[in-house]
Design a protein around this ligand. Structure first.
Ligand code: MLT
Length: 412
């Protein structure tokens, strides 16, 4: 008899943002004229800079010609893009081409990476957290007792430190600047996590998707700025929020060759060892094995688009877009302050984590904002128990709509 993977039955009915969409569509069915302002899912609204769309057109034309046509590309990504990434994002950090894996999204990679680790390990995730980490771990069979929830609350300024842990996680997800709280980890805190991972033999999964929004000096742009991180951390980056690629899809994951785990079984093939000796298994080689088996790479056209992000014109265009979103965060922070609402984040991040009035649940607040103000946001509890009492707004919306949303909220 056919049997399903019962772990899926342990998931909530819907992925958070699908759930929100359903509720909004339901409301729109009953109120088709409602002027909805969407500040819920972190989806970009600024058009893609011309340097990037021109690269797409040029690459597409190459495919029309027999001489320049491309079929399958390297599963790990084309060298032309990897070289640009190393030069522009990892200058001086000694990242090598075969440590860069181009993919179709940090969402997929942060979920897929756990496949290469044993089911029987403990995984640390913050609470609140980007729901993909938790759901992916549930799908692969991890029980609640295998998850170590790391509190990120007002008490610790939404910045947990390893000293607060009661148990040692084998894998630790860190997202900084954080989704959903919008708070970024200072260098000294990230140093503590790297030190902890090195001492305990843990691996950090560092989600750096919002790096482009960092503006304060003491916030690292990559975990590899921390000494010793290459031996304990995998980093995920994405063009989605940086360059407006939520629809185009392109990201990359860095798996350093220094990152190894102890061999558990002797019989396995030596090809996964690395030059540090036979007793250590290279995570880079395992991820490469997984990627070449299950992935055929990001399309040539889109990788050329990502390459164009690093041209002078591309950089100028995306910087203008980031500036636009950052101006939106200011408008939201000021608007909420004016309305007497306490909020966090928004400085190094496109997310604003607002405190909602006592006695109202975050889903109730969602309904109030939707029905009374026609504004869509994200209820904090969708990101975990500690998210109850909070609500997330994004700065990725249209400027005039963002202003209008703040006017609606401040009028009460
Ligand atoms: C979010 O709103 O949390 C993000 O857009 C989700 C994502 O990047 O997948």
């Amino acid at each position: 008899m056919i049997k399903i993977n019962e772990n899926f039955l342990r998931l909530k009915d819907n992925y958070l943002f699908s759930n929100i969409n359903q509720r909004v569509n339901q409301y729109l069915k009953q109120n088709p004229l409602a002027d909805i302002i969407r500040l819920g899912i972190g989806d970009v609204t600024r058009p893609i800079p011309k340097a990037i769309t021109s690269a797409i057109k040029k690459a597409a034309e190459e495919l029309e010609d027999k001489e320049t046509f491309k079929g399958y590309g390297p599963e790990q990504g084309y060298d032309f893009l990897k070289e640009k990434i190393i030069k522009n994002e990892y200058r001086g950090l000694n990242i090598k081409s075969d440590e860069v894996f181009i993919s179709d999204g940090a969402k997929c990679d942060t979920g897929n990476i756990i496949e290469i680790f044993d089911k029987d390990i403990k995984v640390g995730i913050t609470d609140p957290v980007y729901p993909v980490y938790l759901d992916s771990n549930i799908m692969c069979g991890r029980k609640d007792t295998d998850i170590i929830y790391i509190n990120a609350t007002e008490k610790n300024d939404f910045t947990p430190i390893p000293e607060e842990l009661e148990e040692v996680p084998d894998l630790i997800y860190i997202c900084s600047p954080n989704n959903p709280t919008g708070v970024a980890m200072k260098k000294e805190i990230l140093e503590k996590w790297v030190k902890f991972a090195r001492e305990q033999g843990s691996i950090i999964l560092f989600d750096d998707a919002y790096e482009a929004f960092i503006e304060e000096e003491d916030i690292p742009h990559s975990i590899y700025e921390i000494e010793g991180a290459k031996e304990v951390a995998i980093e995920f980056k994405s063009y989605s929020k940086t360059a407006g690629f939520t629809g185009l899809r392109c990201a990359y994951t860095i798996v350093p060759k220094e990152l190894v785990v102890k061999r558990q079984i002797q019989e396995i093939t030596d090809s996964f060892s690395n030059n540090l000796g036979n007793n250590s298994i290279s995570i880079n080689k395992l991820w490469n094995r997984r990627s070449t088996t299950k992935f055929n790479g990001v399309s040539y056209v889109i990788q050329r688009a990502a390459e164009a992000v690093y041209t002078e014109e591309g950089k100028k265009g995306i910087n203008e877009n980031i500036k636009y979103y950052k101006e939106n965060t200011k408008i939201i922070l000021e608007g909420l302050k004016k309305a007497g609402i306490t909020c966090y984040g928004g400085i190094n991040s496109p997310y604003i984590w607002m405190k909602i009035p006592k006695g109202i649940s975050s889903w109730e607040y969602f309904d109030i904002l939707l029905k009374q103000y026609n504004i869509v946001g994200t209820p904090g509890v969708g990101f975990g128990t500690n998210g109850e009492g909070y609500f997330r707004l994004t700065a990725f919306g249209d400027r005039d709509k963002t202003k209008e949303a703040m006017e609606r909220i401040s009028k009460g």
